[in-house]
Design a protein around this ligand. Structure first.
Ligand code: IMP
Length: 427
């Protein structure tokens, strides 16, 4: 199995880190292809919990080569901090490879992210404040700084001056902030050069050679389908391509070499930040899901908005990603409910929608049409095969599979590395 893509099916935080980590020992390279340190993967190994933001989760598996692809935006100070933390915990990080074409999150873009959000007031996106949006905007505006620019001081200064020409006007005249000195930014960035240099490579070439040699490459998405800049709930999205198509543009691996697309689907739904969320619960049950699922942001610590499972979103994720397998996570969090409502379609102004409405306006006005499935009370965390689950939990899995139209290959029943049921092998 040469190339396999892992994406989030909902609004993120579905548990991609665990799925990637589980495959980790059977893959040779793990590539992060989009986003930056706005992501948050929590991986539990034995008694140790690792929260990764920028680094691919493959970094925790001995022998795997973790790759930061060209589609990623890199905050170098965060990269080094994360590496230092792992080094101090005895993890070997020396195999990390960083694309020469990845864009750098310049310090002024962190400032602009936070300042713009404040300025937007009630129209804010609820970003993570890490400079992600402004950095991708610079990339598309052809004002970005790439990792390779660290190796050419003259070009770096030219690019920083170019980017700051307009940004300084905006900072000073619109936001009433101090203008940024280009020389200071360049000095800061150059202080990272020596440490990053040995990690930098032409990662597209490296990946092609790895695939030609029969190695297995796992491409892991940051964020998720509904946060994708094209296919998500725009404008309440991140600024990168978080769907399976992004795996190709963000890594340099062509579509013809992708063999499998695995989407991670939580047994209920969560979202961080602003934007529409049809099945959101504003009551004690929502609070219960938040507490028992420990639904607090890995990156920002913000409480996540919680709601019931939404099959319309599951079907949509299957479609836009070309999903071959779903991994259903956190089924154990639903234990102890008399009945479990699942959204099967939306009602928009009296019209039933089985698929995602075409317009954002309709999606904002969508009210869920629920079907109630029977709940279960038994502790399921020890289950290791489908037959170990109570009948109604088995029924829940089968019903969801039917609704989303693709097979569910793995079911998560607890946070630990081995707390899963494998119905079909992912590799
Ligand atoms: P940004 O990615 O910081 O620009 O934030 C844009 C939107 O994406 C906000 O609603 C964030 O809360 C959301 N977001 C970004 N990264 C993640 C993630 O890893 N999980 C869930 N939501 C995220």
């Amino acid at each position: 199995m040469p190339a396999i893509v892992i994406v989030g099916a909902q609004w993120g935080d579905e548990g991609k880190g665990k799925a990637t980590d589980q495959l980790g020992s059977r893959v040779d390279l793990v590539v992060k292809f989009n986003g930056g340190n706005n992501a948050g993967h929590t991986v539990v190994i034995g008694a140790e919990t690792y929260a990764l933001h920028l680094l691919p989760s493959g970094i925790l598996t001995p022998g795997v080569v973790p790759v930061i692809g060209n589609g990623v935006v890199v905050d170098l100070s965060v990269l080094f901090e994360e590496l230092d933390t792992l080094d101090a915990r005895g993890i070997d990080t020396s195999r990390l490879v960083v694309s020469a074409n990845a864009h750098i999150i310049a310090p002024y873009n962190r400032v602009l992210d936070k300042t713009t959000e404040r300025f937007l007031g009630s129209r804010r996106i609820g970003t993570t404040g890490r400079g992600i949006g402004p950095t991708y905007a610079d990339k598309m505006n052809r004002l970005g700084l790439r990792v390779q620019d660290l190796f050419d001081e003259k070009i770096l200064l030219q690019k920083v001056e170019g980017a700051l020409e307009l940004k300084n006007q905006i900072l000073a005249k619109v936001y009433n902030r101090r203008a940024v000195d280009p020389a200071e930014v360049v000095d800061k960035l150059l202080s990272y050069t020596d440490r990053v240099r040995p990690m930098v490579a032409d990662t597209s070439l490296l990946l092609e050679r790895a695939l030609d040699a029969g190695r297995t490459v796992l491409l892991e998405a940051g964020q998720a389908t509904l946060l994708d800049v094209d296919h998500g709930t725009y404008p309440f999205v991140t600024s990168s391509s978080a769907t399976a198509g992004g795996a190709c543009t963000g890594s340099g691996i062509p579509p013809t070499r992708i063999d499998r697309v695995v989407a991670i689907l939580k047994a209920y739904t969560t979202r961080v930040g602003e934007g529409p969320f049809p099945t959101e619960l504003h009551d004690a049950i929502g609070e219960r899901l938040r507490k028992s699922g420990w639904e607090y942001g890995t990156t920002t610590g913000r409480p996540r908005r919680c709601g019931w499972f939404d099959a319309v979103i599951g079907r949509y994720a299957a479609r836009v990603n070309g999903v071959t397998d779903f991994v259903l996570t956190k089924l154990d969090v639903l234990t102890g409910l008399e009945r479990v409502p699942v959204c099967v379609a939306y009602d928009v102004g009296g019209v039933r929608h089985d698929e995602m409405p075409m317009t954002q306006t309709d999606f904002h006005h969508a009210t869920p049409i629920f079907e109630e499935l029977p709940g279960w009370w038994e502790d399921i965390s020890g289950a290791r095969s489908l037959a170990d689950l109570p009948a109604s939990a088995q029924h829940y899995v089968h019903a969801l599979e039917e609704m989303v139209g693709r097979r569910i290959s793995v079911v998560g029943v607890g946070p630990g590395r081995d707390e899963s049921l494998v119905l079909h092998d992912l590799l």
